[in-house]
Design a protein. Sequence first.
Length: 256
Amino acid sequence: MYRLVALDLDGTLFNDKDKVSNRNMQAIEMCHENGIETVVATGRPPRFTFEKIPQKLLKEYCICYNGAKIFFDGNLIYEKRIDSVVVMKVIETLLEMDELVQIVLESDNKIYCNFDPDNHWGDITYESFESLECSRVYKILVMNQDKIDYKQLYNLYGEQCNMIRTYKGELIEIMPKDVSKYQAIKWVANRENISTKEIIAFGDDLNDFEILDGVGLGVAMGNGHQELKNIADQVTLSNLEDGVAVCLEKIIRKLS
């Protein structure tokens, strides 16, 4: 019997317009009606997540920044920041590798950049590095990292923070030490006395790898990364084909 469904957003629960389809939402509501809880698990910040997901999902658990913040019913119940010394050293190393590297720091639901991010995300409010207190950073994003030696960066800081490449290798995401989506999902499960074997998880990118490999039923999206499909228990249809709903509907039917 499954008791918790963990849901990635981009490329998984969301369609190409950052929306949750009616069919996906209906499948989630069927889970709730059958006593199965849900947790959203995303690398996105709270400001984006809370704006985009349906209110019914906001009433449940919500993991942001790849696990650096956890909310329940819209209230913050857990957070962890990157050590301020590590933040400064990582920035220094990145700029030494490439003085034109584009860096984003996520802090208290604001972004701080060393470049103008409008070309990436449209008209967005941001502040410069100089105004940031480094002790308040939850996640570092490295954007144009073609000249960045990822292996060297990982060797230097891999034991002081959690580091992963996502979006088909286009991004480097750096989180606090021991922070990941999987660790956050296990934290939620422990709070609800749920074992990892009672969890279903959906994902499409490499920051979902650990989750799909560790839960009772790991489901990769049809549009997902091949490495994820290789270790998943199941591969469902793509996010544009309501792959989450297709899988959940089959599971709920077995309960009826």
